[in-house]
Design a binder for this molecule. Structure first.
Ligand SMILES: *[C@@H]1O[C@H](CO)[C@@H](O)[C@H](O)[C@H]1NC(C)=O
Ligand SMILES: *[C@@H]1O[C@H](CO)[C@@H](O)[C@H](O)[C@H]1NC(C)=O
Ligand SMILES: *[C@@H]1O[C@H](CO)[C@@H](O)[C@H](O)[C@H]1NC(C)=O
Ligand SMILES: *[C@@H]1O[C@H](CO)[C@@H](O)[C@H](O)[C@H]1NC(C)=O
Ligand SMILES: *[C@@H]1O[C@H](CO)[C@@H](O)[C@H](O)[C@H]1NC(C)=O
Ligand SMILES: [Fe+2]
Length: 442
């Protein structure tokens, strides 16, 4: 399925027309009050985690060789990259060497952190923030220098931000590390559209589904995604499986494994916590929100978002995209209305600032909404129906990366009017932005 979208500097009539066309074209499944419900289920049974000795989870050979290498954008504009890796046996070298095709080698030094979780002790987690990189340039880098277990990788920095800069994002949520997760990642890697950066919608390793939140699963997840995440930035959203709050085993600091292992460039957007922040990439302004951090009135996240949205310059970044884990519009019988309190708090802001797209995960299925809002809600009048709204974003749930918990296939019936398309499936999506008016979502 492919849909065409126009950004907020759009002619709304044209945008609606494009979306109507889409709905008409794909009305082959049963038609309810709302849009289309596809009964296709790729595989109904839950998937198993890949075993510790699976080919794609292997520890790289050699003593203390760097593993779990992954990168994420390191600043607001795309001239920085945070490179992270783990050395298991000893701290090893925190030096990173990087160079361009014809440039000379440069060195940067990272910081090392470790953490304990119940009886688990982490390896040495390195984070190195490369700064002042050239845009649109291929960089090679080496970690584990000094020993004979040096490993080499490469990445390409994003182009300079501008209103008509084309850029292709991959979208993955709720990935985990099952055989289905591996199929999803393989499909993404083989997708001819060529995703340049992954927007990840939360729920990474699912370590917390194992006894005592077996943190070895955090290590295997890191090794699993390395084949993609070492070569292109993954932009991280935190999900409920990142909370790892387990007072019964004395683990009371929320997000402990995640925050040690996955850094985000939150300070660059004047955020005070790694779970909510923004980055500019191509012609898109990406705002990451946290479903599991406080979002009431006067909370740090709310104060940040209220200041953040007016800063977006739509002449520079016409596309305004929000990532969040728990969906605000969800017509499945899973996690039903879990996103409702955050919707009540933030939806008026998003409509006011004409956000184009809101991506979520959490519900292990796919769903796309019409451009609707529900900002008229008043307890006293009971007025609370989503209504067509050209200023409102399209909401897309893509929480179907293939994790251990299986697919969500129990839907509320009939399909609500605001829901344009839904299908229990697993996989990834791509968003290919062409210029300030056109983007293709598949
Ligand atoms: C290289 O690694 C091997 C084992 O993997 C080790 O025995 C050897 O001492 C290492 N050599 C150097 C120069 O570090
Ligand atoms: C995972 O997928 C890759 C192909 O991308 C394949 O080579 C590998 O054997 C798969 N591993 C498992 C455990 O399914
Ligand atoms: C917004 O971006 C445009 C295009 O990059 C630039 O010309 C303009 O000065 C910016 N406006 C503000 C207020 O920064
Ligand atoms: C689907 O969810 C509804 C609401 O939670 C529940 O009553 C029903 O039994 C579920 N159906 C199946 C087949 O699990
Ligand atoms: C924007 O991209 C679309 C799709 O590729 C193309 O049809 C359109 O001509 C482009 N607009 C401009 C102004 O280049
Ligand atoms: Fe979740």
């Amino acid at each position: 399925m492919m849909m065409k979208m126009k950004s907020s500097v759009r002619g709304s009539a044209a945008a609606s027309a494009a979306m109507c066309c889409l709905v008409l074209l794909i009305t082959t499944a049963d038609f309810c009050n709302g849009g289309v419900t596809s009964r296709f289920v790729r595989k109904p049974e839950e998937s198993q985690d890949m075993p510790l000795d699976a080919d794609v989870l292997r520890v790289p050979p050699g003593y203390n060789a760097p593993q779990q290498v992954h990168i994420t954008q390191g600043d607001h504009e795309g001239k920085g990259m945070i490179v992270s890796w783990v050395t298991q046996d000893e701290p090893g070298s925190s030096k990173l060497i990087y160079w361009t095709e014809n440039g000379k080698k440069q060195a940067a030094y990272g910081l090392i952190t470790t953490y304990d979780y119940y009886t688990y002790k982490s390896g040495y987690i390195h984070h190195c923030n490369l700064k002042n990189l050239e845009h649109d340039t291929k960089y090679y880098y080496e970690v584990g220098t000094g020993g004979n277990n040096t490993r080499q990788f490469w990445f390409k920095t994003p182009p300079k931000v501008g209103p008509d800069v084309p850029f292709t994002f991959g979208l993955i949520g709720d990935l985990g590390q099952t055989f289905d997760s591996n199929a999803t990642l393989t499909h993404y890697e083989n997708n001819p559209i060529g995703g340049q950066t992954v927007l990840f919608l939360g729920d990474l390793s699912y370590a917390d589904n194992h006894p005592n939140h077996d943190n070895v699963k955090w290590d295997t997840f890191g090794r699993f995604i390395e084949r993609s995440a070492a070569y292109q930035p993954w932009i991280w959203t935190t999900g409920n499986h990142e909370i790892d709050y387990a007072p019964e085993i004395g683990e009371t600091k929320p997000f402990k494994p995640f925050t040690h292992r996955y850094h985000t460039p939150y300070k660059a957007s004047i955020s005070t916590a790694p779970h909510w922040y923004s980055v500019k990439i191509g012609s898109a302004y990406i705002i990451v929100l946290s479903s599991y951090s406080a979002y009431g009135k006067y909370t740090p996240q709310t104060e940040w978002l209220e200041k953040e949205l007016p800063k977006v310059n739509r002449s520079e970044t016409p596309w305004l995209i929000v990532l969040v884990h728990s969906p605000w519009y969800n017509s499945y019988n899973y996690h039903y209305m879990e996103g409702e309190t955050m919707r009540v708090m933030y939806e008026p802001l998003l409509v006011q600032h004409r956000v184009d797209l809101v991506f979520a995960g959490h519900v292990h299925a796919y769903e796309r909404s019409e451009r609707i809002s529900n900002v008229a809600y008043r307890v006293v009048s009971g007025d609370c129906k989503p209504a067509k709204d050209d200023d409102a974003p399209v909401y897309i749930t893509i929480g179907d990366g293939g994790n251990i918990e299986g697919l969500a296939n129990n839907m509320t019936e009939p399909q609500p009017e605001y829901s344009a398309y839904r299908e229990a499936s697993f996989g990834h999506a791509t968003l290919s932005i062409k210029n300030r008016t056109h983007a293709y979502y598949t």
